[in-house]
Design a binder for this molecule. Structure first.
Ligand code: CTP
Ligand code: CA
Length: 226
């Protein structure tokens, strides 16, 4: 019923949404990650589907029920997310990178199928080293064609506009959505979001705190004019 009531302005468009955290395991029992729930990206996927798009999602560890016609690829690590997105992106008109990709991965200190045992005296703790993960959005920014629209997100604790502008240019996006993290009504683990959007033409808008469903709807409105 909701779909029948929605504008079908994305009919004929293929939309790829990437969301959720990534888990970077350093032994079978432990990983490095972040508090992303994937809700913002899931709202985007549903909104695009309601508006008539053919929707595919690539998501890290999180769980949502999607309409059957949404095609789902589940991954765990940033490296797997990178592989999935690079394999799929070419077929899509709109690509939304809402994932909270772990920027670094701990270098495993145990064989991959073994659990590191702690020192029960508590005197010695492991020293974890990290390697950098690939920047998926920046890579897509170098690969996309003129008729593909690339939507980036950025998570900031301050200076939304400044960081959004810088990341939009650096990652060659058509639209950048910047959201505050560390506020209770925005970002990770919240049903609302406090965002600003900026597009490649320099159009900038700060939105009030809104439900993520509403933010998703407005983002799709903006993609029609970038
Ligand atoms: N992103 C990505 N691959 C990464 C890191 C980030 O594709 N390895 C994407 C995110 O999904 C988001 C955008 O880049 O769409 C901005 O992410 P953000 O974490 O805000 O920026 P970073 O470039 O990682 O910089 P920093 O975390 O230092 O602010
Ligand atoms: Ca980051």
């Amino acid at each position: 019923i909701l779909k029948a009531l929605s504008p079908q302005d994305l009919t004929g468009k293929k939309v790829l949404v990437c969301f959720g955290p990534t888990h970077e395991y350093f032994d079978v029992a432990r990983y490095w990650s972040n508090p992303s729930t994937g809700l913002m990206g899931a709202c985007l996927a549903i909104a695009a589907w309601l508006r008539g798009a053919e929707v595919h999602v690539v998501h890290g560890p999180c769980s949502f029920y999607f309409p059957q016609s949404i095609i789902i690829t589940s991954i765990t690590s940033a490296k797997q997310m990178y592989e999935a997105m690079i394999t799929k992106y070419q077929a899509f008109d709109i690509i939304c990178m809402a994932a909270a990709v772990a920027d670094f991965s701990p270098i495993p200190f145990a064989l991959s199928d073994e659990k590191f045992k702690r020192d029960i005296t508590g005197l010695s703790v492991p020293n974890i080293e990290f390697t950098a993960n690939p920047d998926i959005l920046a890579k897509l920014g170098t690969l996309k064609t003129a008729n593909q629209k690339l939507i980036g997100f950025c998570a900031e604790t301050r200076d939304l506009e400044l960081h959004a502008k810088e990341k939009l240019v650096r990652k060659n996006c058509d639209l950048m959505v910047a959201n505050y993290i560390g506020h209770c009504d925005s970002g990770f683990n919240s049903s609302t979001n406090d965002v600003a959007v900026i597009d490649k033409y320099g159009r900038y808008e700060k939105w009030p705190v809104l439900p993520k469903t509403e933010v998703a709807w407005r983002i799709l409105d903006w993609t029609t004019h970038v």
